[in-house]
Write a protein that binds this ligand. Structure first.
Ligand SMILES: *[C@@H]1O[C@H](CO)[C@@H](O)[C@H](O)[C@H]1NC(C)=O
Ligand SMILES: *[C@@H]1O[C@H](CO)[C@@H](O)[C@H](O)[C@H]1NC(C)=O
Ligand SMILES: *[C@@H]1O[C@H](CO)[C@@H](O)[C@H](O)[C@H]1NC(C)=O
Ligand SMILES: *[C@@H]1O[C@H](CO)[C@@H](O)[C@H](O)[C@H]1NC(C)=O
Length: 512
């Protein structure tokens, strides 16, 4: 059985039985993908197997590996060399994990909540500062009348969907919502009193939790009819327990005072005005309000972002899955990342860039991200395919990294970003070698601490004063240090960067 950090930083109450049970036994081998384990900490996270083929852009890789079978995952930060930097708390799931700026300061945003096999979630958006402290939890409280779910009578503390969490320049956050509601499904061969999953979004003030704006596709059903959906009805829509997830909004980006909204199942990108009106729609199959130039088509896209926006031109980037879970095997297409230039006057959409893995084409049926980096580079998270690729300005792959078996381990999105992490914890140390005259092997790690260059070791006999005995270069997440006759009492201190000079607790060497 694949297993993620079973006794990590924050085992949820619901998982407590499991956590306690696992803490007593050694981790089971994983047939799906090997997990990294360490001596100095209980942290477990998948191996991040990186192949570099050229110069990558600077920065750490942020993603959230999730075991789709056990329905558990965590946010994590890795280095290009495959070393873990930070492993965040486990939860039923974590989505929307992204480094961003709030009030000019770097933060990480992560959704935590409840997901099942439904393609949407019910939870809240947490914002962590650079010391990994949760400084805000943005919620959408409600009741089962206002946010209707398939899980009734079960209620949730917060009804925020898991797909988006963009912090705006105004210090607000844009999030998606889902709601089970009625719709006439006769146009697609369903019942007149049919049930759908409405897709919408909210803009919320981060500090006050005040809702500033809301929009729903179902409330615009005259302009966005159910026939826009490419998702087969497949017998759904007959009850509130089995609504048809026809629209599926998976990204929202506030640009100026408008919103760029991606609807996966209608293969459409909408511009919604601050009055809630649909200003235009770009349909990746038939163009919508635009004429599609060669190669400008797309479908089932993820993470639509605005690269530039003027009155008469907008440039958008997106992860273009081209496949959904219902795409027949003989009709799948390689997943690409594309940049589109939209002439808003002539209403023309032109493909300006397309990247894809020509050597080992990726066929991603869900999730994914496209991030524009410096020097013409692009980082693509392949979603349900646990692969992260970096492309250079010529479209050549300079990094290819894998962290699981296809569709068994996933990460909703992936980003590259600079990051300085200053955890409030101390370095974790385990010292092995209880024989007072023998060799001591010290293992030291510090979850989340960046820029540590060296570890300084202090040691003594049981009763003696600690004295400095060695300084050793940090080597990956956990550094292993062999000492001849160190004594049984050990302290390790960090050297370098903003985490300089922090001492571990005193540990006693043990037999291990
Ligand atoms: C990933 O790396 C781990 C550790 O080095 C190794 O055991 C595993 O076989 C690698 N997986 C692949 C697919 O290369
Ligand atoms: C989650 O889905 C499974 C079926 O896929 C179901 O058996 C289970 O009850 C669901 N969990 C909850 C809490 O609704
Ligand atoms: C959700 O749908 C219900 C009807 O099923 C409706 O009463 C409620 O207002 C909707 N809530 C939102 C947030 O759109
Ligand atoms: C894929 O297979 C189905 C069922 O056999 C068939 O109807 C369809 O035409 C095929 N599609 C393509 C692109 O060949």
């Amino acid at each position: 059985m694949q297993r993620f950090n079973p006794f990590g930083i924050s085992c949820l109450a619901t998982l407590l039985t499991f956590c306690l049970a696992s803490a007593q036994s050694a981790p089971e081998p994983s047939p799906l993908w090997p997990l990294q384990t360490f001596q100095s900490t209980n942290i477990q996270t998948p191996y991040f197997n990186v192949t570099k083929k050229g110069q990558t852009e600077p920065g750490y890789i942020f993603f959230s590996p999730r075991d789709t079978q056990r329905k558990i995952g965590h946010p994590a930060i890795f280095e290009d060399n495959g070393q873990v930097v930070w492993k965040g708390p486990d939860d039923a799931s974590t989505y929307g994990f992204k480094p961003q700026l709030l009030d000019g300061k770097p933060v990480i945003v992560s959704w935590f909540g409840y997901v099942n096999d439904t393609g949407f979630g019910l939870g809240s958006m947490s914002i962590f500062d650079s010391s990994y402290e949760r400084i805000h939890e943005v919620t959408l409280p409600g009741d089962d009348e206002y946010f209707k779910t398939i899980y009734e009578p079960k209620t949730f503390p917060s009804y925020m969907d898991n797909h988006e969490g963009q912090i705006t320049e105004q210090g607000t956050i844009v999030v998606t919502v889902v709601n089970v509601t009625e719709a006439d499904l006769r146009p697609v061969g369903g019942p007149e009193q049919g049930w759908v999953v409405d897709g919408g979004f909210y803009e919320i003030d981060i500090k006050t939790n005040e809702v500033l704006f809301r929009w729903s596709a179902r409330e615009h059903i005259d302009e966005i009819p159910v026939t826009v959906s490419h998702k087969p009805l497949g017998g759904a829509g007959t009850s509130s327990k089995d609504p048809w997830n026809y629209i599926h909004i998976n990204s929202v980006f506030k640009s100026g005072d408008s919103y760029i909204v991606s609807s996966r199942y209608s293969c459409t990108i909408f511009l919604i005005s601050k009055e809630g009106e649909i200003v235009w729609r770009l349909n990746g199959v038939d163009g919508g309000d635009f004429e599609l130039g060669p190669g400008a088509n797309f479908c089932y896209q993820h993470e639509v972002r605005v690269e530039s926006h003027t009155v008469d031109k907008i440039t958008l980037s997106t992860h273009n899955n081209e496949n959904a879970d219902f795409t027949p095997a003989n009709e799948t297409k390689p997943t690409t990342g594309i940049i589109l230039d939209l002439d808003l006057t002539a209403k023309k959409a032109t493909l300006s860039r397309s990247v894809w893995n020509a050597q080992t084409p990726v066929i991603s049926r869900a999730q994914g991200s496209y991030q524009v980096l410096g020097n013409g580079h692009v980082l693509m998270g392949q979603g349900a395919i646990p692969v992260i690729e970096e492309y250079d300005a010529n479209g050549a792959i300079v990094m290819n990294a894998r962290f699981g078996i296809d569709n068994k381990v996933t990460s909703y999105r992936a980003y590259r970003s600079a990051w300085v992490g200053t955890p409030k914890t101390k370095p974790n140390v385990k010292a092995c070698g209880a024989d007072p005259d023998g060799k001591v092997v010290v293992h030291v790690s510090w979850n989340g601490a960046t820029d540590v260059q060296f570890w300084k070791i202090y040691a003594s006999s049981d009763s003696g004063e600690l004295s400095e005995i060695a300084t050793v270069a940090k080597n990956g997440f956990e550094t292993r240090i062999e000492l001849e006759r160190a004594g049984s009492k050990i302290v390790v201190q960090s050297v370098g960067g903003p985490n300089d000079g922090v001492k571990s607790d005193v540990v006693m060497a043990e037999n291990c």
